[in-house]
Design a protein around this ligand. Structure first.
Ligand code: GDP
Length: 456
């Protein structure tokens, strides 16, 4: 069946100097022809710009003067005939152009459908297609760089190398199933199998360790600010945001709610969550804020516990400390511009923390130290390569792969028959294939591509 030709506006909404409407599919040129005034489109040469007009197919009126460029199947992003129409970047104009193309026989593209076609036509594998979405939504340079590496194939190459090792091993074992040899030789080979399996396992485990950092670059490190009322949580958040570039400015809710601000800490995106205080017997209106506070604390990667050095230590401070058990936290000894009601050493003893930061949130004192420690906490700085795992889907597939490999390892240790080993080895390889998409259900594809924007 011939593929339908799809169309969408590919640039972001709002007004810009130029905007691009894209068409992909075998009828791209003939669809454009119905609404085009100028040279071609029959005479278009691939990858050259042509000046012309888009005219309304209903009344012949000029909608815009545009540039069109044609990329011929298979040398295009999607692997199909593709046309880009570069118009003036008014959303009204772009929509009119799109409507004309739809009236001329194109179908409106689904979210991510251009990239889905690129995947189906073998232009990119699944990990690369996902990198396209990450690249578009990257909020900082490091996230963009990691997505670019993945798009270039760094992860795909790594996976295919591992799969290749496993496939060779499996082929050798299958050969031995077909041509069994004496026991001495088999014993030796079991050891060799174990070694080869654990070397692949180790490579995967090392990659899995990069996930925390990858996720943080992609989605931002979540840092919750907690403390009793009036300890200075909002003041701290405001000072931090004022000093750094705020990436997203979200409208604060009430003081009882969670306020979130994301800042760019020298390339590291950090999402600060200012939370409502945890109190006994909350009034109903506070209950929701408190519930959310608890959720946020649970999801946070790091907690800043703020204490008011100017007021005597009390039960509320004690409760804050109790809520931090077994969590990563820094103690912030705030309001050092005022006389101290208890010494910093007292807080150090009570909290048993190695991380105490004397600051004045209001006066902006001590914040540099705090910020660089936050950065250092997340970036251990020992990354040896650009291969960093950023996707939960990839992480889960790798974990299942490791599990299956470990089963192979254990069977080899127990000297079980090769049939068992081969079957688990096949399972492991299949999990690796899920990442690059050789083995993927339509449901998984639907889930991945529905998160794309329309036009990509
Ligand atoms: P929150 O309830 O924990 O969010 O506390 P706020 O940030 O609203 O601060 C409570 C009060 O303490 C406000 O009046 C702030 O101006 C004041 N405050 C916060 N930090 C400091 C500080 O470092 N020094 C001084 N002198 N006052 C501060």
């Amino acid at each position: 069946m011939k593929n339908e030709t799809i169309a969408a506006i590919s640039t972001a909404s709002g007004s810009g100097a130029i905007g691009i409407v894209r068409l992909s599919g075998p009828d791209s040129l003939s669809i454009l022809k119905k609404t085009w005034f100028g040279i071609g489109p029959d005479q278009f040469e691939p990858r050259r710009f042509y000046l012309g007009e888009i005219r309304s197919i209903s009344n012949g009126e000029t909608i815009d003067q545009v540039l069109a460029v044609w990329m011929k199947d298979p040398s295009s992003y999607t692997g199909e005939d593709t046309l880009e129409i570069h118009a003036h970047g008014s959303w009204a104009i772009l929509e009119l152009i799109l409507e004309n193309l739809l009236a001329s026989g194109a179908r409106l593209a689904e979210p991510g459908e251009f990239t889905l076609r690129a995947f189906k036509n073998g232009k990119v594998d699944l990990a690369q297609a996902e990198a396209v979405a990450d690249l578009i939504s990257a909020t900082n340079r490091e996230a963009a760089r990691l997505a670019e590496r993945q798009l270039a194939g760094s992860l795909s190459l790594f996976i295919s190398k591992l799969k290749n090792n496993l496939t060779v091993l499996r082929a050798q074992m299958e050969a031995m199933i077909d041509f069994p040899e004496d026991e001495d030789v088999q014993g030796l080979r079991y050891n060799e199998i174990s070694d080869r399996i654990s070397s692949v396992e180790n490579e995967i485990v090392s990659l899995l360790k990069t996930y925390q950092e990858g996720r943080i670059y992609r989605d931002g490190a979540r840092v919750a600010i907690v403390g009793r009322p009036n300890a200075g949580k909002s003041s701290l958040l405001n000072s931090l945001v004022r000093q750094e570039r705020a990436i997203v400015h979200e409208t604060p809710g009430t003081t009882r709610d969670v306020v979130e601000e994301t800042i760019d800490l020298e390339g590291l995106p950090v999402r600060f969550l200012d939370t409502a205080g945890i109190r006994h017997d909350p009034e109903p209106i506070e209950a929701l804020g408190i519930r959310r506070t608890i959720d946020r604390i649970q999801a946070a990667d790091l907690i800043l516990a703020v204490f008011d050095s100017n007021r005597p230590w009390n039960d509320e401070d004690e409760e804050v400390l109790a809520s931090l058990k077994e969590r990563n936290f820094f103690c912030v000894y705030n309001k050092i511009d005022l006389p101290a009601a208890f010494p910093a050493t007292y807080l150090l003893d009570r909290s048993r923390s190695n991380h105490l930061f004397p600051v004045s949130a209001k006066g902006g004192i001590g914040l540099e130290e705090l910020k660089s420690s936050i950065r250092a906490h997340f970036l251990k700085g020992d990354r040896s390569s650009d291969l960093v795992l950023t996707s939960l889907r990839h992480k889960m597939a790798l974990e299942k792969g490791v599990e299956a490999l470990h089963a192979v390892y254990e069977s080899a240790q127990k000297r079980l028959s090769y049939e068992f080993l081969v079957s688990d080895l096949r399972i492991a390889t299949n999990h690796l294939s899920e990442i690059t998409g050789e083995i993927t259900s339509e449901a998984v594809l639907g889930e991945i591509f529905s998160k794309f924007c329309i036009g990509k």
